[in-house]
Design a protein around this ligand. Sequence first.
Ligand code: FAD
Length: 280
Amino acid sequence: MANIEISCEFFPPRDEKATDSLVNNVAARLAQLPPAYFSVTYGAGGSTRDGTRETVRQLLAQGYTTSPHLSLGTDDEQTLYQLLADYTDMGVTQIVALRGDQPSGFGANRFTNNAERLVSLIRAHCGDQFKLIVAAYPEVHPDAKSATSDLEFFQRKVDAGADKAITQYFYNVDAYEDFLERCAQARIDIPIVPGIMPITGYESLIRFSRGCGAEIPRWLDYKLQPFADDDKAIAEIGDEVVTRLCEKLIALGAPALHFYTLNRWGATTRICQRLDLTAA
Ligand code: FAD
């Protein structure tokens, strides 16, 4: 059995029924892998504040180690500190600190409450109480002026007190290898965990990737596109492609794998089984 830590990301479901299904079905199945922790995303601007907190609470209540994502958005510091106090009471020990995808209309103001500021505020208010994870972009964040300035902003988050990073997903392993090399040259030495997006649908993958700046390599697009209307075929090709990607990342020495599950258990489980990562 291969030996590498995995973690699994969820988004907060829309209603109670979906939350119940996530906690008691999806998380219960993924827990058999088992992941080191689940994480739950946060809508910038506080749009999912209650949903994220409630999903985190329910996952913790089932005994699953869970890390909330958090961003400042338009929240004031008191709102942030209250949320941190709530998480302290729940027993949370690790937070994913982000700028978040801001609601439209923010313009250049979206940089004011960036991830570096959030990391600094949490460290100033809570000291070393929480382990802090930040985002990293091997293929460069779409807002960046250049790869160099993007790396500088990443370095600032690390200097502010981040312990670890998880990357945006990518299908081009060279981008990750190059990013690790550039981090090493800049003496950034925190673990950089690749984010893994299983492929389960063609149109959704193309749309989502365009939005977040993840490149779908030409060879992969050509492989998937003929089966765009056949989700079963896309999932089969996707499992094979993403398993091979993970194998290469493990061979490169990736410290862990973080799966963007989209609140589904099937593809992540199949990939982990192919990688022989499952405990069962
Ligand atoms: P930052 O690190 O603050 O900035 C991102 C980039 O913007 C920088 O690399 C830099 O190029 C540029 N930048 C930053 N500050 C400045 C400045 N002052 N001036 C000029 N340029 C600047 N989104 C959500 O809404 N909710 C989530 O829960 C969520 N979880 C995520 C988890 C992971 C692992 C990843 C990789 C992404 C996640 N995202 C989430 C998406 C993320 O919020 C977006 O990519 C967002 O646009 C940037 O967030 P960040 O924390 O990387 O921002």
